[in-house]
Design a protein around this ligand. Structure first.
Ligand code: GTP
Ligand code: MG
Length: 360
């Protein structure tokens, strides 16, 4: 899973990227034209607890990849240019974090002169919608021509889906707000559309601002919906904080009333936004968190561990993390009270299930 960090120039993208990926980029690298990638461990207190109980040789977290998407520049006309190069860098991501600048900093002024969350959010939305519209219209034209020559059923199936998208985009609505069936979503996937991507709007405030809660509420009220979430963070101090040892960071967080680091909030929200969840495998050898989509069956989840397990799946031994802990971290006890179960192929895996796959 790859999440792209996007935003206007000087909105704090690289600051956020470095904070959540705990990397330090040289200022000379930051201005270069390539995107920066980093794989981040998904923090999970439940996995830490399992590790404490089993003292395994290795503990493996779920991971998520973050990308600092570069290439958005102020054009000669003064307005920001959404080049094709930039848009194609956005396309490859599964979801987006859009950084919105709400901090004052006179040494690096906002490209549009003032701070305005609604305007900045809308500027991306418009570009994404326009880009999608172009792709969809071109595809519709091509399909119509193709169908005049040969009646290909697979190609024919695409048309109503594309027409549905066109109608929505014409009302200037992003595609992420619309319900698509599994089949429709599958067809649309190949087009790498932009306005369909789940988005996390990350408002970047100054630590001195007193209006944080009100602004977040206001923006969330207007924008939040299906596949859109709004979060806030303090770019500059979170970055300073990420450079401190853990205990000092905690003191610092208490002082500023920060409950959770930007990394933890973002990962948690991004995870949920993508419809992802974790299940665990535990033991003396390895404790590990695995990422799956919500609604996956035990058989599908087994396939994430090893593709062979799909066909060789017999049963899954399942106990939920909470029940396991309630049973004092003992499988025997969990079995005794009936929390430990044998489940078949069709069992829908829950977030936090501890599983062992029985296979032939
Ligand atoms: N005061 C203040 N300054 C910040 C904050 N976040 C970022 N900055 C500063 O704003 C400038 C731009 O931040 P970056 O993280 O480089 O922004 P960016 O979006 O990556 O910028 P480009 O890659 O050039 O488009 C830097 O000088 C940061 O130190 C913040 O929360 N408060
Ligand atoms: Mg940058």
């Amino acid at each position: 899973m790859q999440i792209g960090i996007v935003g206007l120039p000087f909105s704090g993208k690289s600051t956020l990227f470095q904070t959540i990926t705990k990397t330090h980029l040289d200022p000379s690298v930051l201005t270069k034209a390539e995107a920066h990638h980093a794989i981040v461990k998904v923090p999970d207190a439940r996995l830490e607890k399992c590790s404490e109980l089993f003292s395994p040789r290795s503990t493996v977290h779920a991971t998520i990849e973050f990308v600092d998407v570069v290439g958005l520049k102020k054009g000669e006309s003064g307005s920001t240019q959404f080049t094709t190069n930039f848009l194609s860098n956005v396309k490859t991501n599964d979801a987006l974090v859009q950084v919105i600048r709400l901090f004052e900093n006179h040494t690096v002024p906002h490209p549009d002169g003032t701070l305005d969350a609604a305007r900045d959010i809308a500027s991306f939305e418009t570009e994404f919608i326009l880009s999608d519209m172009t792709i969809i219209e071109m595809r519709i034209e091509r399909i119509k021509k193709q169908l005049q020559k040969i009646q290909d059923e697979n190609v024919k199936k695409e048309l109503p889906v594309l027409e549905k998208c066109r109608k929505i985009l014409e009302t200037e609505k992003p595609l992420r707000e619309v319900d698509f069936t599994k089949e429709e979503a599958h067809i649309l996937k190949t087009y790498q559309l932009l306005s369909i991507k789940p988005i996390l709007i990350a408002l970047n405030f100054d630590e001195s601002q007193l209006t944080v809660a009100d602004t977040v509420k206001h923006v969330a009220g207007k924008k939040e919906g299906k596949n859109t979430k709004v979060v806030s963070f303090f770019g500059k101090i979170e970055m300073e904080m990420s450079e401190l040892p853990d205990d000092e960071a905690r003191v610092f967080m208490n002082e500023y009333g920060i409950k959770e680091s930007a990394l933890d909030t973002l990962i948690r929200e991004a995870y949920a936004l993508l419809g992802l969840q974790s299940f665990f495998t535990v033991g003396e050898d390895e404790c590990r968190a695995w990422t799956i989509k919500k609604g996956m069956t035990a058989q599908e989840a087994a396939g994430v561990i090893h593709s062979d397990f799909v066909n060789k799946f017999i049963r899954a031994e399942v106990v939920h993390y909470n029940d396991f802990i309630a049973s004092g971290g003992s499988f025997a006890k969990a079995k005794e009270v009936g929390h430990w179960r044998l489940e078949g192929k069709e069992y829908i895996v829950n977030d936090g299930d501890i599983m062992e796959i029985r296979h032939s």
